[in-house]
Write a protein that binds this ligand. Structure first.
Ligand SMILES: Cc1cc2nc3c(=O)[nH]c(=O)nc-3n(C[C@H](O)[C@H](O)[C@H](O)COP(=O)(O)OP(=O)(O)OC[C@H]3O[C@@H](n4cnc5c(N)ncnc54)[C@H](O)[C@@H]3O)c2cc1C
Length: 451
């Protein structure tokens, strides 16, 4: 990368980390606003500490719930600084916090009253039922969210999750009518603003922006079979639309419209496997993993695609700079690393890169020829070590482990920037190994292909 390029990348990194801190402070302030506004504007206080605690939990719980659609709306202003997966993990973690606060609210009230009536009696007012039903739905959604992968197929979970705003409305009505601190104008104004922010974020994310994207579908320009179970789709913008602007290693939400009813409109994450240097089209390389991806080879030139991108920060241009890279890929986890490598090659980056690339069999290796071509080039100084599970192979076999990494690049990784993308087990196994070999968290980047 030239001097200007690396300075621009450095500026991007600095801007991003200060904005990231700013967002955390802003978020903390927003969820604490109900406590601040009620402390400043409401003169009465609850008649016991337990009741006060219960009401405070409910106020903060509502503010967190109202922020959930905003966090989930894929706002570039937020995802750009943290990475999409981090924002989603935060969204999940805050859902758990909200569940705990909202569950604690009636329990503390019952303790304060010295009777379980509020929790178990059927003879309570309709508006208490609003709160109860909201709480029950929240609990169901929380459990499904935490154990989604064990309990329910991802696309069904996503559909069910679309009903989350009902919870917010129930909790809003409950607190508007019963809320001890929500009876005066400043707090009521805050309540309407919080609900309004949630509704706007939800409607934009789920209705307005998708409709806009649907009115401007991209074209599948070519489909190339890479291996027995992986295909590369090349996608071009519709006439009059600028090519996608992205950094290497980022991903897109892709929805194909191929004229079959079953998967039309089903949105999936896929890494952009091309490099931003490659021209007006971009590609994703997709391996069969389940229902939808098993039909990917049926995609035809001229099919339509809805594209929402770019997301993610698994990009050497967005992260700390370095001159030695260790990349570790498992299976289709090669795609974001390939995008980074292609970019490094196209800009002639003067760095050393070693790729450890694990697959089950030789037939599973995607991009094999192109990797060899990059290795034959001058910059980056690049080497690929293929590792296969099958025994019948001249090269390395078995798993990527500490010995293999040490053989490839040495036992001390304290100067390497490490990029890791592969199956969940492999990543869970390797993260502590890499840390043990001297890779500090600011030099260890991973991309997860599951949510
Ligand atoms: C950031 C990111 C980048 C990705 N990049 C690529 C890529 O470049 N190439 C590639 O082949 N695959 C990639 N994936 C994985 C890809 O999204 C899933 O394999 C695909 O969505 C599975 O859909 P399916 O209907 O065929 O499988 P399903 O039958 O639905 O499920 C198969 C497996 O994939 C998981 N899954 C299903 N839908 C999703 C989803 N939308 N997001 C995450 N996991 C899901 C399921 O939990 C299950 O473990 C990426 C995933 C993420 C999160």
């Amino acid at each position: 990368m030239g001097e200007k390029g690396s300075q621009a990348a450095g500026d991007r990194r600095r801007d991003s980390s200060s904005a990231a801190v700013g967002f955390v402070v802003l978020y903390a302030l927003i969820i604490m606003l109900p406590l601040i506004v009620s402390a400043l504007t409401v003169e009465r206080i609850a008649d016991s500490f337990i009741k006060e605690l219960s009401l405070s939990f409910a106020l903060v719980g509502f503010a967190i719930l109202a922020m959930q659609p905003v966090m989930a709306a894929r706002l570039k202003a937020i995802t750009h600084h943290y990475g999409f997966d981090m924002v989603m993990r935060f969204h999940k973690a805050m859902a758990v916090v909200a569940v705990m606060l909202v569950v604690a609210h009636p329990i503390l009230l019952a303790i304060d009253a010295g009777s379980p009536r509020l929790l178990i009696s059927l003879e309570v007012s309709g508006i208490v039922w609003f709160g109860r039903i909201g709480l029950l739905l929240l609990l169901i959604m929380g459990v499904m969210g935490i154990w989604q992968r064990r309990l329910i197929d991802f696309q069904r979970w996503r559909l069910g999750h679309n009903s989350a705003p009902i919870i917010l409305v129930l909790v809003f009505v409950h607190s508007w009518i019963l809320g001890y601190y929500v009876q005066d104008t400043p707090m009521q104004t805050l309540w309407v603003v919080l609900l309004g922010a949630a509704v706007v974020a939800y409607v934009m994310h789920k209705v307005v922006w998708p409709l806009r994207r649907k009115a401007n579908l991209w074209n599948v320009r070519s489909v190339k079979q890479e291996t027995h179970n992986a295909w590369t789709l090349e996608i071009e913008p519709p006439e009059g639309t600028e090519p996608l602007e992205y950094e290497p290693g980022q991903f897109q939400f892709l929805t194909l419209y191929r004229g079959d009813d079953r998967y039309d409109g089903e949105e999936h994450h896929f890494t952009i496997s091309s490099s931003p240097t490659s021209g007006p089209t971009h590609t994703s390389t997709i391996k069969v993993a389940g229902d939808f991806t098993s039909t990917i080879g049926e995609t035809k030139d001229g099919d339509k695609a809805m594209v929402q991108a770019p997301f993610g920060r698994f990009s050497y241009t967005l992260n700390e700079p370095g001159d030695r890279f260790l990349m570790i890929a498992g299976g289709i986890g090669i795609t974001p690393l390939m995008s980074n490598l292609r970019h490094m090659r196209d800009v002639g980056l003067d760095v050393d890169v070693t790729l450890l690339y694990a697959n089950d069999t030789e037939a599973d290796i995607v991009f094999r020829e192109e990797l060899d071509e990059i290795a034959a080039g001058e910059k980056p100084r690049f080497r690929v070590v293929h590792v296969l599970s099958e025994e019948d192979w001249d090269g390395r076999t078995g798993r990527v482990d500490r010995d293999l990494i040490a053989d490839a690049v040495g036992d001390d990784l304290s100067r390497h920037m490490v990029y890791l993308c592969g199956p969940e087990d492999m990543m869970n196994e390797l993260m502590p190994v890499l840390e043990d070999m001297g890779v500090t968290p600011d030099r260890l980047y991973n991309e997860r292909f599951w949510l």
